[in-house]
Write a protein that binds this ligand. Structure first.
Ligand SMILES: *[C@@H]1O[C@H](CO)[C@@H](O)[C@H](O)[C@H]1NC(C)=O
Ligand SMILES: *[C@@H]1O[C@H](CO)[C@@H](O)[C@H](O)[C@H]1NC(C)=O
Ligand SMILES: *[C@@H]1O[C@H](CO)[C@@H](O)[C@H](O)[C@H]1NC(C)=O
Ligand SMILES: *[C@@H]1O[C@H](CO)[C@@H](O)[C@H](O)[C@H]1NC(C)=O
Ligand SMILES: *[C@@H]1O[C@H](CO)[C@@H](O)[C@H](O)[C@H]1NC(C)=O
Length: 435
């Protein structure tokens, strides 16, 4: 079965829900992985994010890290030195326990007047990762550190969060991945939007999820596969006020879209993160983000005239078929969250995924090793998305864009191989693109 999702840039298709808002796009940044980052690396990451049309970083900070203030100072200074890039704080209540309220107050106030601080309705935007057990701290916190508060109390869910509408100014959902062998739909996003009664919603978009860190009792995957393309399509239709990409640099959960810094990888993650760049997931972001923002308000899918003309392909796949080695204890789904335990290979599909921005109808040819190629039709200008099953084929993956019998773009990805490192299937994705 071939999947072809076409975003018709040239067809008029009004969004399902008309919402207005800043339509700002942020990426979740794990400050805990950035202790060793130099000011130059911060500036470089910020420039890379800007090149992808990301507006800013949500800085995830945990209470136990001694270096947090030092890293935050570097981040705000780098953003100010580069310019036109925003930051806001995301208090992580899940690693290292709850944040003391007075430290939340002093941390918000330490950065509230910095020019890189992202403000909404004149107040610094502040978010969380979970932490609903401390929901009652926030009226007090806001009294001494007034802020636009959009927590992610996924531990309460939309209905439970609704009970705090007097305290919160909006919400961010962490529900970015599907459960089981299916694709993510927008049911949970609609529940959040409904629960918020018109207060702004920050919608999560993530490309992947695989974690194997036994020291933190984490060893499961959720389906990535088509997720990166599907979620952006869903963002275009739902038109949330904000989007947050999960994540920029969470190497341990394998959903980073930023560059890999060896020093930032949690112990044990290098066996699945090393040599698995995800940078190319940023290559088509300007197109997705422009379509979301609907720069042409008459036709939200009109591509922006300011974007570089693209004939570009982004591809990703796992280098090991799921049956090729040991699953190393990894489960499909997280049973600790009450989810059905599945084989990881039941959830993650053995397929090559390709997204292509094309100027005009094209053929996309995918060939694994020297097996017969698969020819896919990108039927019109815009963003097209496909996948091709491994079907037992191994070898390098060659992907070519053809138009009028000529090669428009071509790229070759690393070999799909049954030879697994240490006998373990690597469930992380390799991501690449044509030039
Ligand atoms: C600022 O960054 C945004 C993307 O984040 C971009 O759309 C805008 O053009 C930039 N503005 C300036 C003045 O550089
Ligand atoms: C931030 O700026 C405001 C307005 O200038 C000022 O009243 C306030 O004291 C400043 N806050 C901090 C923590 O510096
Ligand atoms: C959407 O996803 C949820 C959660 O996985 C599932 O229960 C529901 O059946 C899905 N809805 C549709 C319309 O597919
Ligand atoms: C916006 O889109 C409509 C419909 O596709 C088109 O007719 C119009 O020319 C576009 N406007 C601009 C400014 O690009
Ligand atoms: C798999 O298990 C072994 C221990 O048996 C461990 O050393 C290895 O790093 C694990 N992780 C991965 C990602 O393969």
């Amino acid at each position: 079965m071939l999947i072809n999702y076409l975003i018709p840039w040239l067809l008029v298709a009004p969004p399902v829900i008309a919402r207005t808002g800043p339509k700002a796009v942020f990426a979740h940044f794990i400050v805990g992985n950035a202790a060793a980052m130099t000011p130059e690396q911060w500036e470089s990451d910020i420039r890379e994010a800007q090149a992808a049309h990301i507006d800013g970083f949500a800085l995830n900070i945990a209470p136990q890290d001694s270096y947090t203030d030092d890293v935050l100072e570097k981040a705000y200074s780098a953003a100010e030195s580069v310019g036109n890039f925003s930051l806001f704080l995301s208090f992580d209540y899940g690693s290292g326990g709850p944040w003391p309220a007075d430290r939340v107050i002093s941390t918000i106030n330490a950065y509230r007047n910095r020019s890189a601080q992202y403000n909404y309705h004149g107040k610094p935007l502040v978010s969380t990762f979970i932490g609903s057990g401390n929901a009652d701290d926030w009226p007090y916190i806001k009294q001494f550190a007034d802020c636009f508060f959009m927590p992610s109390w996924s531990d309460l869910g939309p209905a439970g969060t609704r009970a705090y509408l007097d305290t919160i100014d909006g919400a961010f959902s962490w529900d970015a991945w599907p459960v089981g062998a299916q694709n993510k739909n927008v049911t949970s996003d609609r529940e959040w939007m409904h629960a918020l009664s018109g207060k702004p919603y920050m919608m999560p978009v993530s490309p992947w999820f695989y974690v194997n860190l036994p020291q933190w009792n984490k060893n499961w995957l959720w389906r990535g596969d088509d997720l990166w393309h599907l979620r952006w399509e869903q963002v275009m239709h739902l038109q949330p006020e904000f989007v947050q990409i999960i994540s920029w640099n969470d190497y341990g959960e394998a959903h980073y879209i930023g560059p890999i810094y060896d020093a930032g990888m949690p112990d044990g993650s290098s066996s699945y993160v090393a040599d698995h760049p995800h940078d190319a997931w940023r290559a088509l972001l300007p197109h997705y983000i422009a379509a979301y923002r609907g720069m042409n308000t008459t036709d939200p899918y009109q591509p922006s005239q300011q974007l570089p003309v693209a004939d570009k392909m982004v591809y990703w796949y796992r280098l090991n078929p799921s049956h090729a080695g040991s699953a190393n204890g990894t489960t499909g789904n997280n049973p600790a969250m009450g989810q059905e335990e599945m084989m990881p290979g039941q959830v993650a599909q053995d397929r090559v995924f390709v997204s292509a921005a094309v100027q005009a109808a094209s053929e996309i040819v995918v060939q694994i090793g020297s097996f017969p190629p698969t020819v896919l039709q990108a039927s019109g200008p815009g963003l097209n998305h496909f996948s091709v099953p491994f079907n037992g084929q191994t070898g390098p993956v060659r992907i070519v864009m053809m138009r009028n019998d000529g090669e428009v773009a071509a790229t070759v990805g690393p070999a799909i191989t049954e030879e697994c490192q240490d006998g373990n299937v690597n469930w992380n994705a390799y991501v690449g693109s044509s030039d």
